[in-house]
Design a binder for this molecule. Structure first.
Ligand SMILES: *[C@@H]1O[C@H](CO)[C@@H](O)[C@H](O)[C@H]1NC(C)=O
Ligand SMILES: *[C@@H]1O[C@H](CO)[C@@H](O)[C@H](O)[C@H]1NC(C)=O
Ligand SMILES: *[C@@H]1O[C@H](CO)[C@@H](O)[C@H](O)[C@H]1NC(C)=O
Ligand SMILES: *[C@@H]1O[C@H](CO)[C@@H](O)[C@H](O)[C@H]1NC(C)=O
Ligand SMILES: *[C@@H]1O[C@H](CO)[C@@H](O)[C@H](O)[C@H]1NC(C)=O
Ligand SMILES: *[C@@H]1O[C@H](CO)[C@@H](O)[C@H](O)[C@H]1NC(C)=O
Length: 929
């Protein structure tokens, strides 16, 4: 039932009392110590040992130079966090509890000198009844909490060496710097990854509390709010005409009175409208109380992702009432009303009639609408989560929105996202495809391990389900498409055994954790996969995976594509055809400004051992400073790419040369990603009906060669600008087969309504003179919703005639009228791309005569190319600030100007960075200075 009253929202957001006594353990009343190493220093909670040791100068900056290797001893040691005596505890409470929202990872916990418990999972919440310990501990000075954190690498190795322990065929388990990560429930990339360092930190990484309860008092430790259309099940297409169901469920400990009731208050933040009522069908157990209500269709406004409408949000407060109508506990969550489904159903007859190839769908639908998912992959933003702030995530997510992205795949094998990350995504309309933390390995299936991960998964699913930005749960990273294939290659006879193990973890254990708790969120066991083969909710495990049961000519599932052969640039036949691309990429170097923040001036060289040793690609088992053969492979891949496609930097000053090389690797990276994004997006209008492009990877965890588009401090690489351009709603793009000279251009639109416009084509030489090369100069087109259309088809061999391909470039521009989703006004969309028939390495680049001006009044820069076509125009700015220009890394026609605004993300230069802005283009790369 829905009762509506009007009131001032502020007065009712926190209408409840919190009768239980909560003493927060967050703060500085801690020390961290290791007696054998004779270290004992002040510490913080939440924290990790490296952070406290660094704060006390016991170690240097973990990110500096080769400290990734030098600080291994910290990870091999135990670290004990000891509190000051906990004051203010009442001695006659009914019960006293310790609650830990996160312990990383292996602990032995003591209170008042008595053993409380041991823990072994970074991703679980733990709560312990310490009433009897407290009652035997009357002196306040004895009420000390101490948490001894074991060495995760040591313990992982010990578990691996237990007799009878599981083993896997050669080459299946991907190892990084520390070994045996799959035996432990800790952030897998803490043991190293190809884009990051390996610190294996330890510590109380999330808040902790002491909670004291009286009779008829309870502590709600976690809350599930599930909002779905009546009748909806995960992975099924909801009926958008159905009312909403809100299902709320609280995990608690303490004393819940019999016949307790649940009340709710729903507040519409737009106009302070308040809906109140009782939840019905209330059930409770000794750890959970659940109830639900119905909200009529149309009573609330929908939440939409970025670019598709507004992010309408509501607050819901849920209150537990005793039979005598006393408020016992309450929680408040910000929620949104939306359906988000991963559609993996077979291609229907209606879809076949639209020209879509047979097979299965693999795309997302928001509120009943297909959409094109544009985005990237999020990795842990720091090796030490406790120092990540909500503000840092907000700044990063602003860049996501500015980059025209609507979805991030939050890669598994990091940590489950904190609530503030979902909060930030909720208000910005960023869909977070979320994953359980498993990847690039198979996992044990002993009962203890399975019970441990089931607890972990249930806790996490329930914790974040209310966020409208939550888009999906996936079991883990590169399992079906990589791990199972590796088993098949290495030990085909044992495939059935390991397939069964895979299903035990990802279908039998993780799937129920999702489906028993949410009806609004879809689950897929693996990113990447070919999707389900059948879905039947009358089976205990409703999904049967398709694996490689493929019908030739049919199209299924997602793609994941890496090929460190730089000749795949512009080569459409090399890219995979599928329904969705969840990963693709190539690494590049960070900027010199970033390098300078983490390595010494003497190491600023492409082949210095420090730079090489910070390149962890390809993965090297047990990487250390005397084993960096692999690093040279990763560095060589970047070098080869630059040499194959672009003029090679050859500056006389060695640091300038290093910087130019770093920049050149970023040009290749941006060029390749745009080439792939164009290919995937065009597929929305081809038989594959391709509906998503998420490149690898959004951001960096430190300063090193990586696939990121945003550097550790927030600075945008060329990639982030180039993707921003390629992710505009309507784009025009060339497609070229260098071998045959087949040249086409397509317009792609991801608007939800048809659009129409004109494409224009103009040939120039590099000096900027128009050339009378015979292609259509203007083509009118209509384009359907989320579709693509060919606007040019020719052969360079035919049209170029006597023109030297090294001297010609083609500018293609599109202007189209269309409507953004969920808006009624038509607007104009403009986009341009440049085509060059030869590699830019052999193009006859001329000095474009770039100039840069800044206007104090408009706060805009103006870049002008006076004497030629400028390729890859780049505005650079000094260290000390992080600035996002409205556009960068673009091409500029001769005698053309572009005005460019900017946003300052951080600035420690007092505005001085403005004076240091420079402009260059690819032409400068060939100059000696
Ligand atoms: C190290 O920590 C682990 C886990 O807490 C514990 O079992 C072990 O006894 C500790 N060792 C030392 C020397 O403190
Ligand atoms: C409570 O249990 C009953 C009987 O099992 C069930 O029909 C009802 O849906 C449950 N309530 C909730 C909110 O799940
Ligand atoms: C508040 O806004 C919601 C959503 O726009 C609307 O349905 C409702 O009628 C509004 N309430 C009032 C009292 O204006
Ligand atoms: C894309 O547009 C073409 C041409 O109008 C049309 O035949 C096709 O059905 C459209 N595809 C979809 C999926 O709507
Ligand atoms: C690099 O520049 C030097 C002079 O500055 C020149 O001798 C050398 O040939 C150049 N190398 C390449 C590969 O262009
Ligand atoms: C668009 O127009 C329709 C029909 O007039 C109307 O129902 C809808 O509310 C409008 N949407 C927006 C976002 O203005």
């Amino acid at each position: 039932m829905l009762h509506r009253t009007l009131a001032a929202a502020a007065a009712v957001i926190v209408p409840f009392a919190f009768p239980q006594k909560i003493i927060s353990l967050v703060g500085d009343a801690w020390t961290v110590s290791n007696p054998e190493l004779n270290v004992s220093v002040p510490a913080h909670l939440p924290s990790q040992a490296h952070l406290d040791l660094y704060a006390n100068q016991v170690i240097g900056d973990p990110y500096y130079g080769l400290n990734d290797f030098n600080l291994r001893w910290v990870a091999w040691s135990n670290w004990t966090y000891t509190s000051a005596p906990i004051v203010g505890l009442s001695s006659n409470a009914s019960s006293t509890w310790l609650q830990f929202d996160g312990l990383d990872t292996f602990t032995s916990i003591e209170f008042c000198g008595q053993h409380v418990a041991s823990t072994n999972n970074q991703f679980r919440q733990y709560w312990f009844d310490v009433s009897s310990i407290l009652s035997s501990c009357p002196a306040e000075e004895d009420r000390v909490l101490s948490i001894n954190f074991g060495s995760a690498p040591k313990i992982a190795n010990a578990i691996a060496n237990e007799p009878g322990q599981e083993t896997w065929p050669d080459g299946v388990q991907i190892q990084f710097e520390f070994l045996n990560r799959w035996f432990i429930r800790k952030e897998q990339s803490d043991f190293g990854w190809d884009w990051g360092p390996a610190f294996a930190p330890a510590g109380p990484w999330k808040p902790a509390y002491v909670v004291q309860l009286e009779k008829e008092q309870m502590q709600v430790r976690n809350t599930l709010v599930d909002i779905y259309r009546q009748g909806q099940l995960p992975l099924t297409i909801p009926d958008q005409s159905q009312p909403w169901i809100i299902n709320a469920s609280m995990d608690y400990y303490g004393d819940l009175p019999r016949d307790a009731e649940l009340r709710y208050t729903l507040i519409d933040m737009k106009n302070n409208t308040i809906y109140r009522g009782e939840l019905t069908d209330v059930n409770s157990t000794e750890s959970i109380i659940t109830g639900q209500t119905m909200i009529p269709n149309g009573a609330v406004d929908l939440w939409w992702p970025n670019g598709m409408g507004e992010q309408n949000l509501y607050y819901i407060a849920i209150e537990v009432m005793s039979p005598s109508n006393r408020s016992i506990a309450s929680v408040s969550k910000r929620v949104g009303f939306r359906t988000i489904v991963l559609n993996e159903y077979p291609i229907s007859d209606a879809q076949l009639a639209q020209g879509i190839a047979a097979g299965n769908n693999w795309h997302f639908e928001i509120n009943g609408h297909e959409f094109y998912a544009k985005g990237s992959n999020f990795i842990p933003p720091d090796a030490f989560w406790p120092r990540v702030t909500p503000e840092r995530i907000d700044t990063l997510f602003d860049s996501v929105v500015e980059g025209n992205q609507n979805m991030l795949r939050v890669w598994s094998s990091g940590a489950y996202s904190p609530d503030y990350m979902y909060d930030s995504a909720d208000v910005r309309g960023i869909l977070l495809w979320s994953e359980f933390e498993f990847g690039d390995a198979l996992y044990p299936v002993n009962p203890e391990f399975l019970a441990n991960i089931a607890d972990e998964a249930r806790y996490q699913v329930r914790r974040v389900n209310h966020h409208p930005s939550l888009a999906l749960w996936a079991g883990g990273n590169e399992l079906e498409n990589l791990e199972l294939d590796l088993v098949n290659e290495s030990a085909p006879k044992e495939y059935p055994k390991y397939l069964k193990q895979y299903e035990t973890v990802f279908l039998d254990t993780l799937l129920p954790a999702v489906f028993e708790n949410t009806r609004s969120i879809s689950y897929t066991p693996s990113s990447t996969s070919n999707g389900w083969q059948s879905l039947n909710f009358s089976n205990p495990i409703p999904i049967v995976e398709r694996y490689n049961n493929l019908t030739p000519g049919y199209i299924y599932g997602e793609t994941d594509f890496y090929n460190y052969d730089p000749s795949v640039l512009y080569n459409d036949s090399a890219y995979p055809v599928g329904r969705f691309s969840n990963e693709f990429g190539y690494h590049s170097m960070p900027s010199i400004q970033s390098w300078r923040s983490q390595i010494s001036e003497a190491d600023l060289d492409f082949n210095s051992s420090t730079v090489m040793l910070r390149d962890h690609h390809p993965p090297a088992e047990g990487l250390n400073t005397s084993n960096f053969a692999n690093a040279s492979i990763g560095q060589a891949q970047m070098t080869e790419a630059v040499e194959l496609w672009y003029p090679t930097p050859n500056k006389t000053d060695s640091v300038a040369n290093f910087s130019a090389w770093c920049h050149a690797t970023q040009i290749f990276q941006a060029d390749l990603y745009v080439s792939e994004i164009r290919f995937y997006r065009r597929g929305s209008g081809l038989p594959e009906r391709q509906l998503g492009s998420l490149y690898w990877q959004l951001e960096d965890i430190w300063v090193a060669p990586s696939w990121a588009g945003i550097e550790y401090d927030g600075r945008w690489k060329i990639l982030h600008y180039a993707a921003k351009d390629a992710y505009q709603p309507i784009v025009i793009s060339p497609y070229y087969d260098m071998a045959t000279g087949n040249l086409s251009a397509w317009v792609t639109s991801d608007l939800w309504d048809p659009a129409s416009g004109t494409a224009k084509f103009q040939w120039f030489n590099w000096e900027g003179n128009r050339l009378p090369i015979n292609t259509s100069s203007s083509v009118d087109f209509n384009i359907g919703a989320i579709n693509s259309t060919k606007v040019l088809q020719t052969f360079t061999g035919v049209i170029l005639g006597d023109y030297n391909p090294e001297n010609v470039v083609l500018r293609m521009q599109v202007g189209a009228e269309g409507k953004l989703p969920n808006t009624n006004s038509t607007r104009t969309f403009l986009h341009e791309s440049w085509f060059h028939p030869t590699a830019l390495r052999s193009a006859n680049l001329v000095d474009p005569g770039l100039t840069l001006e800044y206007s104090e009044s408009t706060k805009n820069f103006t870049v002008t190319a006076k004497t030629g076509v400028a390729a890859w125009v780049w505005l650079d700015y000094p260290a000390g600030a992080v600035v996002a220009f409205d556009s960068n890394g673009f091409w500029l026609g001769a005698d053309c100007s572009r005005e460019i605004g900017y946003k300052v993300k951080s600035d420690s230069t007092d505005g001085k960075w403005l004076e240091g802005v420079t402009v260059q283009s690819l032409y400068n790369q060939t100059l000696p200075y």
